[in-house]
Design a binder for this molecule. Structure first.
Ligand code: MN
Length: 223
């Protein structure tokens, strides 16, 4: 069967390789750091939860993110991103590392004003989270992430977020175990694992840098 027209194939560069990781879906974890749950006005005793972005929301490091329409409060959320290399359902925590291709630094861009409104009205989050260019991701480092590593983000050279991925409520293996109980994970899935405290607004022209110790860095500007 011939396709009537070509589709874009979003992909993330792989460190130390000419190959790229093709992106199938983007899953995200909400409220996975206690301090961030508290800064958003929630108890850290509730379980984290999942939402999604389209695969073509990916923006490679070094790119420009256009300031999105319909918001005046675009927020940065620095996150560890895990790339799934092997599919599975009901993945046991102890075997989760076998399903990981690699990891990277990502930013879950959020229309915070719209998110607050949608939450208040009990409506879906897509227009706050799943908009175009909402998922900048740095180059993938092959292999599973370490259990602890510093994670940070700066805007125009000023540090806004700093924590350690060890502070996640659900660890990476627990995220894979939980998520694979809801959907069959598949090669090409990216998982944004939640942001630590210090989220805040970006302006047109903001230069954003983020990193995770031992994994890599990510940079983009807001257009
Ligand atoms: Mn997030």
């Amino acid at each position: 069967m011939r396709l009537a027209f070509p589709l874009p194939s979003p992909a993330v560069p792989i460190q130390g390789s000419d190959d790229s990781f093709p992106v199938r879906r983007i899953w995200c974890v909400g409220r996975n750091y206690a301090e961030h749950a508290r800064e958003m006005g929630f108890s850290d005793r509730e379980f984290p939860f999942f939402f999604a972005k389209p695969a073509d929301a990916v923006v490679p490091s070094g790119g420009e993110v256009p300031y999105p329409p319909r918001t005046t409060d675009l927020h940065h959320e620095i996150e560890l991103v895990v790339a799934v290399g092997k599919g599975g359902t009901d993945i046991p925590v102890a075997r989760a590392a076998d399903f990981i291709f690699g990891c990277a630094v990502g930013v879950d861009l959020t229309r915070r004003d719209l998110q607050a409104l949608l939450r208040k009205e009990g409506r879906p989050w897509e227009m706050a989270k799943a908009f175009d260019h909402s998922a900048p991701v740095g180059p993938l480092r092959p292999g599973p992430p370490p259990e602890r590593a510093a994670i940070w983000l700066s805007v125009d050279g000023l540090e806004r977020q700093r924590s350690d991925i060890a502070h996640m409520i659900w660890s990476v293996p627990e995220i894979l175990a939980n998520l694979s109980g809801f959907v069959a994970l598949a090669p090409g899935d990216l998982i944004f694992t939640g942001t630590p405290e210090g989220v805040g607004p970006l302006q047109r022209g903001s230069a954003v840098r983020g990193g995770i110790e031992g994994i890599g860095e990510l940079a983009f500007t807001v257009g």
